[in-house]
Design a protein around this ligand. Structure first.
Ligand code: PGA
Length: 251
């Protein structure tokens, strides 16, 4: 059985006081976390403050990105040991905004993912096609290619630490969600790719999140799909009320 993982990606939102207020509200309203895991990924500047509040609570902490070197002359970069030091257990890699706005390609994403694993951080590998790619019938090829490239040189033992987030680029921040059936179909394709790479038993353990305009009113149906094991939530993770409802999804 896979434990669903609901993660909030705060992106470039929340000053430290705002982040603290949001986490305090989340902790106040947190439902019983039976068989579900929750995670918040604040901006780097708020990690330390939020991490302090989340210690010994059921909500985990994640970074939004990581550089592949542990330390050095890399202005502006944050390393995996630094994220661990701030209390992170997870880190997002290859988010479509990193790929599209910051020009990150599959090879860089793979280096980041392997650096995370090397420092005991669980990577959330984001994959997803753009609208023109979907319209051209290339969605599966693109997504499978991103999964294979992202996992290059990742061995069998490390695979269960990896989370994959399928986020169709056209659904992110737009209010357009993939239908539960379309999302399920892509999740099944991703799982099939994992079976090819690692065998059935290992593939069955990997959590595959859906992301892209997940909201309180669509989370239940998405989470009822057999291969949807959680959600990566942007906009709706920025207020306690909506994120708490998503964490408390009903199947
Ligand atoms: P959204 O963002 O929920 O605002 O669409 C999701 C994401 O980018 O992870």
């Amino acid at each position: 059985m896979r434990t669903p993982l609901i993660a909030g990606n705060w992106k470039m939102y929340k000053t430290v006081p705002e982040a603290v207020a949001l986490v305090e509200a989340l902790l106040r309203g947190l439902p019983a976390m039976d068989g579900c895991e929750a995670l918040v990924c604040p901006p780097f500047t708020a990690l330390h403050a939020v991490g302090g509040l989340l210690r010994d609570t059921p909500i985990g902490l994640g970074g939004q990105d990581v550089f592949y070197e542990a330390q050095g002359a890399y202005t502006g970069a944050i390393s995996a040991p630094m994220l661990r030091d701030a209390g992170c257990a997870y880190v997002i890699v290859g988010h479509s905004e990193r790929r599209q706005i910051f020009g990150e390609g599959d090879a860089l994403v793979n280096r980041k993912l392997r650096a995370a694993l090397a420092h005991s951080l669980r990577p959330i590998l984001c994959v997803g096609e753009t609208k023109p790619q979907r319209d051209a019938g290339q969605a599966e090829t693109i997504v499978v290619g991103q999964v294979r490239a992202g996992l290059a040189e990742v061995g069998d033992a490390a695979l269960p630490e990896v989370v994959i987030a399928y986020e169709p680029v056209w659904a992110i921040g737009t209010g357009d969600t993939a239908t539960p059936a379309d999302a399920q179909a892509m999740h099944a394709t991703i799982r099939h790719t994992l079976v090819e790479l690692y065998g059935m038993q290992a593939a069955e353990q990997v959590r595959i999140q859906y992301g892209g305009s997940v909201k309180p009113d669509n989370v239940d149906e998405l989470m009822s799909q057999p291969d949807i094991d959680g959600a990566l939530v942007g906009g709706a993770s920025l207020t306690a009320e909506s994120f708490l409802r998503i964490i408390g999804f009903r199947q």
